[in-house]
Unconditional design. Structure first.
Length: 301
């Protein structure tokens, strides 16, 4: 079903905007190749970090064309599938196939926080819409929908193309619980930037990462050490990395990660309204944190 392995560090990419507010396609293509050059194993556009909810369907289509053309066969493009309606999500899934994507990351419907019967029907419609392998994105904090391990078993037993799960609930016991119930049948991914090492210890094989947009070498090396069981070396790098990784775990994470990108010379802090760039003391604090951290980067010292 899948010609790639669901594992490793998969960047959930930011969407770059030009000064006129349009998507900057030149930088988009250059950025994702830089991420792949540093070890990213897939490219995931249109997630929360990618400001997917602000993109029109025509913009998503154009972005997919740019992304698929940019990375070619090097890694899969796996767009987040999120919409207000189930019909809209199915349309996006079908468009992903047409544009040459090789997998999907499926979210609950926006806004409506349904019960399990409704959420199961929504997920099922998207899984049935294509033969592409799918990752279910569970983020109860952001989306108000929590897919329990027993419910994941139900979905996995019903849909062969459901092969992975990204969990952003922040409870490492969920990784353990899902692994205990489904073992290697489901590739489990850390979904928050401040949990990859713990998630690996609990059975995760991948990390859908955010700060990787600015620091890919450090993110990939951290995950490599954890997967290899080099726990002391992982702990050392994690200790340095965590203050930056925690920028992914606050409400302003989009603005903050884009600001870090700007600081390392790989992107702009421009966001699309209703988001606005960070200003004042908070912006100064983050810039100081980034510059201090970069000066003590253990991979460069």
């Amino acid at each position: 079903m899948s010609d790639f392995k669901w594992a490793g560090v998969m960047p959930a990419i930011t969407t770059p905007f030009a000064e006129n507010g349009e998507v900057d396609h030149e930088f988009l293509g250059r950025h994702v190749n830089w991420l792949v050059d540093h070890g990213g194993t897939a490219i995931i556009p249109f997630g929360s970090l990618g400001e997917g909810a602000t993109l029109e369907i025509e913009e998503r289509a154009a972005c997919l064309e740019t992304l698929v053309a940019a990375v070619g066969d090097r890694v899969p493009v796996i767009p987040a599938i999120s919409a207000l309606s189930t019909a809209g999500a199915v349309k996006l899934a079908e468009m992903a196939v047409d544009k040459g994507c090789r997998g999907l990351m499926v979210l609950p419907a926006y806004v409506h926080k349904g019960d399990w019967r409704e959420n199961r029907a929504h997920f099922a419609a998207v899984f049935r819409a294509t033969e592409l392998p799918c990752m279910l994105y569970n983020n109860p904090i952001a989306y108000g929908v929590d897919v329990l391990p027993e419910q994941m078993v139900e979905l996995v037993e019903s849909f062969d193309n459901l092969v992975a799960m990204k969990d952003s609930g922040g409870d490492h016991r969920r990784i353990t619980a899902n692994h205990a119930l489904m073992g290697d049948r489901l590739a489990l991914f850390a979904g928050l930037d401040d949990m990859p090492v713990e998630a690996v210890a609990c059975g995760a094989v991948g990390w859908v990462a955010g700060l990787v947009n600015a620091l890919p070498a450090e993110s990939v090396e951290l995950f490599r050490r954890a997967i290899a069981g080099e726990w002391e070396a992982a702990r050392e790098l994690y200790h340095w990395h965590l203050p930056l990784l925690r920028l992914d775990c606050v409400p302003e994470f989009v603005q903050l990660i884009k600001l870090v990108q700007q600081e390392v010379g790989m992107g702009s802090e421009r966001v699309r309204p209703p988001r606005l760039t960070i200003e004042g003391a908070e912006r100064d604090r983050v810039i100081e944190l980034v510059r201090t951290s970069l000066a003590t980067n253990p991979l460069n010292n």
